[in-house]
Design a protein around this ligand. Structure first.
Ligand SMILES: *Cc1c(COP(=O)(O)O)cnc(C)c1O
Ligand code: SF4
Length: 335
């Protein structure tokens, strides 16, 4: 039997991978041997939210298949420009929940920081694709404000780092934020929501793990995988030391038409996650953000899929099917 030592990644590796990511629809289509007829739509839809996809993620796509579930998440399509009533720029009421610039405080005990607007991939269904990051970004010089906000409210026990993708920040930036908040006495947990473990696993360097495991708080890493094909051997390997360090690994997925809207795709995702040491947490109904209507799955179909999963899998592999509703005190269950 061949045993493979997990690769030890360094900062230069992920920064290089990110710099080499594909940004030109022509190159993506050529790499995957897809027809030029997709180009006009990709160019048009990429105008205000451009294509961005790391090569390592493209390598997990099937060549020659325009319906590939990973490709569908990143390829700008003409359909994004079609009018869709009810699909708006701020579908979840983020702007009215902003307690301080970049600090969203919607739910009891949890404050969420939009740590950066940058991502390592551009997901076409993203509910923050129109988020005014330049206006709402806390920025390093304002991290003291985040600390003051947390200190002033003893009910906040969990800090959630979101974005954009918080792991787009260089380690020293992240360290600055964590340093500002680590001695808030009532803070028990720090949670990161990130797609990097899936889209660019080399981001999970030993240095980053060192930084997070040194925190006095419990750390939770919520990875965002939507399909089993996203979870390859690199993803599984890179998560091993994180698990060993006692970090809780959870997954949040979005229910997406043409990506994972079948019983087999969702069951396959849960199985692949568990094999990587990750528990499924949420399955989100799509937020009705402008440009994403073609990904919508209707509620009755979503419930049917949830029931099928519940009848097929152990309970711990069935994610909670929820929707985010502006102004609600928690994510709203559909079942
Ligand atoms: C989704 C979300 C959370 C986290 O909710 P959980 O149910 O704890 O996962 C916290 N704050 C905001 C603003 C959110 O949108
Ligand atoms: S990584 Fe997250 S925040 Fe960034 S584009 Fe994708 S869904 Fe949106």
């Amino acid at each position: 039997m061949i045993t493979r030592t997990p690769p030890l990644w360094h900062t230069a590796d992920w920064q290089k991978s990110l710099a080499r990511a594909i940004r030109d629809p022509r190159e993506l289509l050529a790499t995957l041997q897809l027809p030029d007829s997709l180009l006009a739509g990709a160019d048009a839809a990429g105008q205000d939210f451009p294509l961005l996809v790391p090569r390592g993620y493209v390598a997990r796509m099937r060549v020659g298949d325009p319906q590939d579930p990973l490709l569908r998440q990143v390829l700008p399509l003409e359909a994004e420009g079609l009018p869709a009533p009810g699909y708006v720029a701020d579908p979840v009421g983020d702007l009215s929940a902003m307690a301080r610039p970049g600090v969203l405080h919607k739910y009891h005990g949890r404050a969420l920081v939009v740590a950066t607007g940058a991502c390592g991939i551009h997901c076409r269904y993203c509910f923050r694709r129109h988020f005014p990051y330049t206006r709402a970004n806390p920025m390093p010089e304002r991290w003291q404000q985040v600390r003051d906000y947390l200190l002033a409210d003893e009910s906040i026990e969990e800090l959630i780092l979101s974005g954009g993708d918080p792991l787009s920040l260089a380690d020293h930036r992240l360290a600055g934020l964590l340093e500002a908040v680590q001695n808030v006495p009532h803070l028990k947990r720090v949670r990161l929501h990130t797609r990097y473990p899936v889209i660019l696993p080399e981001r999970l360097t030993g240095d980053l793990l060192g930084l997070l495991s040194a925190l006095p708080q419990q750390v939770i890493l919520v990875i965002h995988a939507n399909h089993a094909n996203e979870i390859d051997a690199n993803v599984r390997q890179v998560l091993v030391p994180w698990r060993q360090a006692g970090i809780t690994l959870l997954n949040q997925a979005v229910l997406l038409r043409g990506v994972n809207d079948s019983e087999s795709a969702l069951a396959g995702l849960s199985e692949a996650l568990f094999a990587a040491g990750v528990l499924p947490y949420y399955l989100h109904q799509l937020d009705p953000v402008q440009g994403a209507a073609h990904f919508a799955v209707d509620d009755s179909r979503a419930r049917t899929l949830e029931t099928a999963l519940r009848n097929r899998l152990p309970g711990y592999l069935v994610p909670r099917l929820v929707r985010e509703q502006a102004g609600a005190p928690a994510k709203t269950p559909l079942v």
